[in-house]
Design a protein around this ligand. Structure first.
Ligand code: AMP
Length: 191
């Protein structure tokens, strides 16, 4: 990997693991751009765009938004000039097709992801955290669907990245600052 201010990180972790909060804090620490696919969708929804309307039908059921829509949206974000010194992806990729599309995108620019960080949180904690979060898509049914999809579609990415790039697991239990310190420690020692 290059250095703290120039690297491409893929953050993995189940829904409710605190990825978004941690990535935001890590982005402030490193200066790396935080790209959160869920936030991009929610932003489209707030602005009332066609993409937002399409995506919301899947989001409210806890389903993945189709790859075609998701990949195009994230590709645009990655290609934005604000990401020229690297980025931290949060919530993307969520399946193999998305991971391969990210590889192709980066390869086309003679680069690759440098590091994948997995935030580990047991399932019982995830459900409690999501119910406390109170987002519109945080009902018990959507939470169960999201966890099932994570196990079926996103979990295989753990081996995908473990086999290809530097991969680190981080214990996601504890308070926010404690987890953040662990992440910074791992990131700093990975350089
Ligand atoms: P998140 O904020 O990461 O929990 O994402 C909220 C919702 O946005 C998810 O439940 C999906 O419906 C959708 N979403 C976010 N990222 C992706 C992705 N990479 N692929 C498909 N759907 C996604």
């Amino acid at each position: 990997m290059k250095n703290l201010t120039y690297c491409r990180i893929v953050l993995l972790g189940p829904p409710g693991s605190g990825k978004g909060t941690q990535a935001q804090m890590l982005s402030e620490f490193t200066g790396l751009k935080h790209i959160a696919s869920g936030n991009l969708f929610r932003d489209h929804l707030r602005r009332g765009t066609e993409l937002g309307t399409k995506a919301s039908k899947f989001m409210e059921k806890g389903l993945l938004v189709p790859d075609r829509i998701t990949i195009k949206m994230v590709t645009e974000a990655v290609l934005d000039s604000s990401c020229s010194s690297g980025f931290m992806l949060d919530g993307f990729p969520r399946n193999l097709a998305q991971a391969e599309s990210l590889d192709d995108l980066l390869q086309g620019r003679n680069s690759a992801a440098d590091l994948s960080l997995l935030l580990v949180v047991p399932e019982a904690h995830l459900i409690r955290r999501m119910l406390n979060r109170g987002r519109p898509d945080d009902t018990i049914d959507t939470i169960k669907t999201r966890l099932k999809i994570f196990r079926q579609e996103t979990e295989p990415l753990i081996d995908y990245y473990r086999d290809r790039i530097q991969f680190e697991e981080i214990d996601g239990l504890g308070d926010i600052e404690e987890v953040q310190l662990r992440m910074r420690g791992v990131l700093t020692s990975s350089l």
